[in-house]
Design a protein around this ligand. Structure first.
Ligand SMILES: [Zn+2]
Length: 429
């Protein structure tokens, strides 16, 4: 798991020149040298360095709330002290803008009223504190101007997306508050549906249907505010209800192609074409189980097998259920990590598929780094490996201009359309 020792600084000088040019005022360049992943050519590094690179989904904040220190470097991989993202590697990756998820787990929706809201607020606080600690490296992001400024100054613009519509506790006023606090997308559901939107999975017997009338009000309110609607995780019927309701382009912040991965959590070809008609962007999730149906099926069977064994252990007289739970989690992780990973080329297959079905203007990157227990394709160890995607696309004949759109240009377009607009007059009471 150790990082390759030879790091070539390909593209560094050229980046300096481009950034200085973009700044147009002779301000000094502060960009750090990039890591050059193995097999990535000088040309691919140059395309990557010149591009606005945006990743629309990263779960590092939830790990920070569990004690992960994002201020220092970690090795990539699975485990408490490993991960795919931290400040040093974010900077080194050369990424321009990172959306961090303020993720609200389903369990908060099943406890007391206000628990989901409190969790969302705590996650937002964690993200704001991270940005505030590093004004030399990070800037808070809410508009395209912040993205362009980050590129110019060699910093990373940090955007916030709230994941799990149960966070708003059925209140448009709370949605407004999230926006006022800097959140710029809401993922309408997680694996649990809520009172107004259905989830593709519907864990714990939660809703899998479409939007209710209140759900449609949520979409209209997000349109009014200028906040991105995120359809990752939602059921098919909620997806189509969203597209029938939203006046703005939408995003899927971390979803892959169902035609290749076979997962209900991802977008079918018909859904991809609908996003294209909406002028939205589908940002590909790097999770091995979404990319590779063989990996997904093997992972499901491991989970079922361990759950069955854990259930029978927990039913024994005098069983310590907490211990059984911890045992089950650790055995599951060990067995998942023993599975053969799909290659990076399969991730590029998903991007290529979405570009062919929806068009090259409607695909982007939604890594889900630090949200998938390190179960990533080979050759995509952490955030510093993003240039490998530029190489994979160039190898398939994508032009530099198209690679630039996929790396972040498409998401920047949607940011300009939706987030740059000032909220319209206050909503009717
Ligand atoms: Zn998610």
């Amino acid at each position: 798991m150790t990082r390759p020792s030879s790091r070539r600084l390909v593209g560094f000088t050229a980046t300096f020149a481009v950034a200085a040019l973009a700044a147009g005022c002779g301000r000094s360049e502060t960009r750090m040298p990039h890591f050059n992943p193995p097999g990535v050519s000088a040309h691919a590094m140059q395309v990557y360095d010149d591009a606005i690179v945006i990743d629309t989904h990263n779960d590092m904040p939830s790990r920070m709330m569990d004690g992960y220190d994002a201020d220092v470097r970690h090795e990539p991989g699975w485990g408490r002290d490993r991960g795919e993202t931290d400040l040093p590697r974010l900077v080194e990756s050369g990424i321009t803008a990172q959306f961090f998820a303020a993720y609200v787990d389903a369990r908060y929706a099943q406890t007391r009223p206000d628990e989901s809201w409190a969790r969302a607020e705590a996650e937002m606080d964690t993200i704001h504190a991270f940005v505030n600690r590093h004004p030399d490296r990070l800037i808070p992001g809410t508009t395209s101007r912040d993205v362009l400024r980050a590129k110019r100054e060699g910093k990373v613009a940090v955007f916030i997306g709230v994941e799990g519509g149960h966070a708003i506790e059925n209140s448009l006023a709370r949605l407004d508050t999230l926006y006022a606090q800097g959140a710029r997308y809401l993922t309408l559901t997680w694996n649990n549906g809520n009172d107004w939107a259905g989830s593709s999975i519907g864990v714990n017997g939660t809703r899998t249907g479409g939007l209710t009338d209140f759900g449609k009000d949520v979409i209209r309110e997000m349109n009014r505010l200028g906040m991105l609607v995120d359809v990752s995780h939602v059921s098919d019927s909620t997806f189509y209800d969203v597209l029938a309701t939203s006046r703005d382009p939408i995003i899927a912040s971390h979803s892959s192609a169902r035609a290749l991965g076979g997962h209900v959590r991802d977008l079918s070809d018909d859904m991809l074409r609908a996003v294209a008609r909406n002028d939205g962007v589908v940002n590909v999730n790097f999770f091995a189980a979404f990319l590779d149906p063989k990996f997904g099926q093997a992972a499901d069977s491991i989970r079922r097998d361990v759950e069955a064994r854990a259930d029978s252990e927990a039913r024994k007289p005098g069983a310590d259920t907490a211990k059984v739970r911890a045992w089950a989690d650790s055995v599951t992780q060990e067995r998942l990590h023993a599975l053969a990973r799909p290659p990076l080329s399969l991730l590029v297959d998903h991007i290529d598929h979405i570009a062919r079905v929806a068009g090259v203007d409607h695909v982007g990157l939604g890594s889900d780094f630090d949200g998938v227990d390190g179960l990533l394709p080979t050759g995509m160890l952490d955030v510093t490996y993003l240039p490998a995607i530029a190489q994979g696309l160039i190898d398939r004949g994508y032009t530099d201009a198209d690679v630039t759109k996929i790396l972040g240009g498409n998401v920047l377009r949607v940011i300009e359309i939706v987030l740059d607009r000032k909220p319209k007059a206050a909503r009717a009471p």
